[in-house]
Structures are given as structure tokens and as C-alpha cells.
Design a protein around this ligand. Structure first.
Ligand SMILES: [Zn+2]
Length: 334
């Protein structure tokens, strides 16, 4: 063997014949936008992680029952969540350099006693420059603690869509993920480790369908139509293999894959890559849904940028899904 390396004995380099892979260093500095998170509930250090890894803009969503102490939830409880986010947003933006905007909505994960009071108030919030989206919302197959009749849920979702249409705002749709059963369950009362929610308090489903998770999305899309909201103004978050075909082939909605808690829902950058291969990048986004109630990763989107490239997605498509699509739909400066 003729030695080509000056090392004392042969190293791997001696045997490597392939040209080294050319990786695009531009991806190190590609800005990205997270269109669905709850960063205002995270720690300061987590928000700094967003900034350190190149987050350019984000939509901080205030709508979920996780952060209200009482169930059933009252309108005033959700108003508090909205006001808390409105109050803290500017300081978050000032401290971390990224553009932090708001999504305010009424989530249907738990029944709300007097939703009309919220819907009446929402009009004023939609006027705020800081509010760039309505949501997250969308009918939910089963609630926490207190079930909510499907027709009532749908009416609340549709009313929010009407407000969004009136104010020319997009809606962040919460689409339910289809849970995969791995055959074992935890001891009663133990819950899901990594998710600080009393899962035993889940109520019986209010959507009777074999594929209730997909049925929920269809009901939401119908509600958007009834509300006069263009499908291009609907961003279906938590897209997954169960709903992506419907969203891409039967609607003009955007699909946003949530990858900040892959351990829970099983959705990863590979699903994003599959969708780009199948449907192109024009209506695809990626979000983290990072929140303080579950194990989430503020670096997830940055990691996905590298992973998408490794999986064969080209730089232009990556830039489109992590930066350009969200910028255009949510009207960010980036
Ligand atoms: Zn969320």
C-alpha cells in the first residue's frame, strides 16, 4: 500500500476515496420564523435560545386552557391570557432581537362557559398591530375536564374565522394529531412523562368518527368556508401523515408541521421532507409549538434546517418553508 497521509499509521483518511460532501454553509445563517409557539410561557433562557439559533420572527400564541387555573374556563380567564401576552410582548422583543408577534384565540380543548363575551372582545384585539393571527383554534374531538358539544365548538371556531376575515388576518388552526398506540399504557394516574397535564381528566369524544382527528380538520375547513375566510389564510398547524394529503389535495390551506415535541406526536423533519417531495414547498411551513407544559425544544427548527438538507431538500425549498412562506402569510418584516 502506497501511503498518501503523513500520519504515523493509516487512519480512515487513507481509505476514503469519495470526494467530501459539499454542505452549504449559508444554512448556518439562514433566518427562520416560528409561526406557532408559546414562548411567552418559556424561560428567559429558552427565549434566548431562539435568538441564538437565528430565529428572526415568531408568533406567540395565547389561547390554550393549559394556562388557566379554573375549569370550565370563563371568558375572563382567557382574557387574562391575552392581556398577559399583550403586556409582555414588547419587552420580549426588546430583550431578544427577534420580532415577536401574537396569535390570540379561543381554543376548544376545554369548554368555556361564556364564549360570546370573548368573541365580542376579540374584535378590539384584532385591531392591534402586534396581533398577526387569530388562533390557535379548531374543533377538538375530546376536551379536558368538561366536554364541549360539537355544534357549540364549531360556532366558536367559525365566529373567530369571521373576525379573522374581517381583519384580514390568518388563522392558526389546531389540528389534532392521530395518536399511535404502541401497545402499552402507563399505570393509572401516572400520565404521560414529559407532558404536565392530568391526562386522566380527558372526556369522552364528541366527534364520532373512526378518524376523528381528520374529521375535525374537515369540519374546520367547512367552517372557514361558511365564515368567508379564504383557505390561503388558514395555517393548519400540527400537520401529520394523517391529515397532510387532505390539506394539500383538497384545500388551499397551508400545512405547518410541529416538530418541537416529536417525542410526543412522532412528527419529524422527515415528514416535512416527504411533504415537500410530494407537494412542493409552496404551502408548507414548520413550527415548534414550544411551551412550558411539555418537553419541547427551542432549537428544533434550527435542527430541522440541517436535517432537511441532509434528507435531500435543496436550499431554496428550505428557505421557502422556514422563512418566506411564514413571512408572506403573517406579514413579517423579515
Ligand atoms: Zn400550541
Amino acid at each position: 500500500m502506497t501511503r498518501t497521509q503523513p500520519t504515523k499509521r493509516p487512519t480512515d483518511a487513507e481509505y476514503l476515496e469519495d470526494e467530501p460532501v459539499e454542505l452549504p454553509p449559508e444554512l448556518l445563517n439562514l433566518p427562520w420564523i416560528d409561526v406557532h409557539n408559546h414562548a411567552h410561557t418559556l424561560s428567559w433562557a429558552d427565549r434566548e435560545r431562539y435568538a441564538l439559533s437565528g430565529c428572526r420572527s415568531m408568533v406567540m400564541v395565547a389561547s390554550g386552557y393549559h394556562w388557566t387555573p379554573y375549569k370550565p374556563v370563563r371568558a375572563e380567564d382567557v382574557r387574562f391570557l391575552w392581556d398577559d401576552a399583550v403586556n409582555r410582548r414588547a419587552a420580549i422583543e426588546r430583550d431578544h432581537f427577534f420580532e415577536a408577534k401574537l396569535g390570540l384565540g379561543v381554543h376548544t380543548g376545554v369548554r368555556i362557559e361564556d364564549p360570546d363575551a370573548l368573541l365580542d372582545a376579540m374584535d378590539g384585539y384584532c385591531e392591534l398591530d402586534a396581533v398577526v393571527a387569530v388562533g390557535e383554534t379548531g374543533v377538538t374531538p375530546s376536551q379536558h375536564v368538561s366536554a364541549w358539544d360539537l355544534d357549540e365548538q364549531r360556532a366558536v371556531v367559525e365566529a373567530q374565522m369571521e373576525l379573522a376575515a374581517d381583519h384580514d388576518l390568518p388563522v392558526i388552526l389546531h389540528t389534532p394529531n392521530r395518536t399511535t398506540d404502541d401497545g402499552r399504557s402507563y399505570r393509572p394516574g401516572v400520565g404521560i412523562p414529559g407532558y404536565e397535564k392530568n391526562t386522566g381528566l380527558g372526556r369522552e369524544p364528541v366527534i364520532e368518527a373512526e378518524n376523528a382527528a381528520l374529521e375535525a380538520v374537515k369540519i374546520d375547513v367547512e367552517a372557514a368556508s361558511d365564515a368567508g375566510l379564504a383557505e390561503e389564510q388558514v395555517v393548519a398547524s400540527h400537520a401529520d401523515p394523517n391529515n397532510i394529503e387532505y390539506i394539500m389535495e383538497r384545500t388551499d390551506c397551508y400545512a405547518s408541521f410541529t416538530i418541537g415535541h416529536s417525542w410526543l406526536v412522532g412528527v419529524t423533519a422527515a415528514d416535512v421532507a416527504d411533504a415537500i417531495d410530494e407537494y412542493g414547498p409552496d404551502r408548507i411551513m414548520v413550527d415548534t409549538d414550544c411551551a412550558n407544559v411539555l418537553r419541547t425544544d427551542p432549537f428544533a427548527l434550527k435542527r430541522a434546517i440541517f436535517e432537511l438538507y441532509r434528507l435531500g431538500i435543496d436550499e431554496d425549498a428550505i428557505r421557502q418553508v422556514v422563512l418566506e412562506n411564514p413571512r408572506d402569510v403573517f406579514d413579517f418584516d423579515a
